[in-house]
Design a protein around this ligand. Structure first.
Ligand code: UD1
Ligand code: CA
Length: 506
């Protein structure tokens, strides 16, 4: 557990006042933090995100199955900072609830890792990015190097941010990008010698400034002491009447504190997500990135653009993934695993040489090696297949263990069952595990044979090598090695005649 040393966990909640403190106006080129200064990260996440046209707060909009903010928190944690501060506001309760431990923060497969105290700071009114950061600063030690992240810039890489910290040294560093479409971003204005002079927001920019392709990603590093002072001096003199964080750049320049630019190589990494178009672009970028990771690890992807990978994935050699596969980690795929088209595999381990045929949905399951699953199999939480098991089409398995080489090949429901090895479960067999109040167990011994269309009314045990006749409704235990039948005897009525219609045309 990486705990912030400065504050006890109990005071993690900070409701900062909505007012900026009057700053000292002493001008100085000296800076307060050196390169080795401890790191604090502030994530600005209070905006409403009007351009999303959604009732869901922007930072909760899902990207790769996780709220955008979860990605930014994971990124922040990857830098092992001394403290993380999230400024939240719009839809505050929903944002807090989404990250309330344990359900939000330590879900299996969640992008949010357990551990690491997050300080939640409320920005009651959204008066701009500068105002937002100012709310967090009272909780940040004066000796800290502060990294500012935006809740709507979720695709940055850890290495990029580490580089930015180095660029900053004891001063200020700004992450810039040159995207193909710079509209909407703040532009980086440089002086005659090419040094950063200031940032001008798109809305406040002249036609000339709008032509500048280099943009502000929003991400910056600055020493806490100076930052606090600059923030206190911000004025809402702009088109939106807000306190812009970006205005601190010109202040730093005036004080001769160098502002180091770091251009991010891949502009997609710095994509700011304000609307659904950008959200879809980010999703596509994320998809490509995860697919490339798998390709680099030797996985064969039939089409890297038609694969969604979320969370942690462990893969062996010679894994093949067909089109439209969704993997939601943690997922472990052994050597030679083959996953057919249109499968969703969540929080599951699959052993070597197992094949999932098309259209399987598998959640929280454990599948052994050499198994054959699908097409159209549904495996629900607690489903376990031992080595060499076969599960076929339209079979649903929940909280059950299917033993080695056992087969459930067609149209069955297996719930709360323990099935031995070498068992054959005929088509249409159902374990009747629920009486409307309680769930009960079905046990089937090794090498038993269950005839098609059998109803096994649990709790019930079928002995080893027992045979159950097709169409039986089994309500009592079936002894080992014997044939058990539970169906009415077939009769033929010799004298019966089919009724005939009376009258014309009959
Ligand atoms: C901001 C930058 C712009 C940059 C772009 C990069 C400013 C003034 N502009 O513009 O230079 O190119 O990001 O993506 O900083 N937020 C708060 N409280 C507020 C306002 C915003 O917490 O009062 C948060 C938002 O939730 C969001 C982030 O700050 O996560 C950025 O705000 P947004 O309104 O999206 O700024 P942009 O117009 O995108
Ligand atoms: Ca934005």
């Amino acid at each position: 557990m990486a705990r912030a040393r400065r504050r006890p966990a109990a005071s993690a909640d900070v409701k900062a006042g909505g007012r900026l403190q009057a700053g000292r106006l002493r001008r100085s080129a000296s800076v307060g933090a050196d390169a080795a200064a401890p790191l604090s990260i502030v994530i600005l996440a209070a905006g409403q995100g009007k351009r999303m046209r959604s009732t869901l707060p922007k930072v909760l909009q899902p990207l790769a199955g996780q709220p955008m903010l979860a990605h930014v928190l994971t990124l922040a944690r990857s830098l092992a900072p001394q403290s993380i501060h999230v400024v939240y506001g719009h839809g505050g309760e929903r944002v807090r609830a989404a990250f309330a431990e344990p359900s939000g923060a330590v879900q299996p497969g969640s992008m949010v890792q357990p551990g690491g105290v997050v300080h939640w700071v409320e920005q009651a009114e959204q008066l701009g990015t500068g105002h937002a950061l100012a709310q967090a600063m009272p909780g940040v030690g004066k000796d800290q190097q502060v990294l500012v992240l935006y809740g709507d810039v979720p695709l940055l890489r850890t290495a990029t941010l580490e580089q930015l910290r180095v660029s900053a040294g004891a001063g200020v560093a700004l992450l810039t990008a040159t995207p193909p479409e710079p509209a909407g971003y703040g532009r980086i204005v440089r002086d005659a010698r090419g040094r950063i002079a200031r940032i001008v927001e798109d809305r406040d920019a002249s036609a000339t400034v709008r032509r500048i392709r280099e943009v502000n990603t929003g991400v910056l590093v600055a020493p806490a002491r100076q930052l606090t002072r600059w923030l206190a001096a911000l004025k809402p003199r702009n088109a939106q009447g807000e306190l812009y964080l970006t205005d601190i750049v010109a202040m730093a320049v005036r004080e001769r504190v160098p502002v180091q630019p770091l251009g991010v190589a891949d502009a997609a990494e710095a994509l700011g997500i304000n609307d659904k178009v950008q959200l879809a672009q980010a999703e596509a970028h994320y998809r490509r990135r995860r697919a490339c990771e798998l390709l680099a690890r030797g996985v064969t992807l039939v089409d890297p653009a038609r694969l969604d990978v979320r969370g942690e994935i462990e893969v062996g050699t010679d894994v093949v993934l067909d089109v439209n596969v969704v993997l939601e980690g943690p997922v472990r795929l052994g050597n030679g695993v083959h996953i057919g088209p249109h499968c969703v595999v969540s929080r599951t381990s699959i052993g070597d040489a197992t094949v999932l045929q098309a259209n399987c949905v598998v959640q929280d399951a454990v599948i052994g090696s050499d198994c054959s699953v699908g097409p159209f199999t549904r495996m629900r939480p607690g489903a376990q297949l031992a080595k060499g098991a076969h599960v076929g089409n339209f079979v649903e398995i929940k909280n059950s263990r299917i033993g080695e080489r056992s087969k459930v090949n067609h149209l069955s429901y297996i719930g709360d069952a323990e099935i031995g090895s070498g068992v054959n479960v005929g088509a249409g067999t159902i374990t009747c595990n629920y009486d409307g109040a309680n769930k009960s167990q079905t046990r089937i011994g090794d090498r038993a044979f269950i005839g098609s269309g059998s109803m096994l009314v649990a709790p019930v045990t079928i002995g080893a090598e027992a045979t159950v006749g097709a169409g039986s409704t089994i309500t009592s235990d079936a002894p080992a090695g014997k044939l058990t039948l539970a169906r009415s005897r077939q009769v033929t009525i010799a004298e019966w005649q089919r009724p005939r219609r009376k009258g014309p045309g009959a």
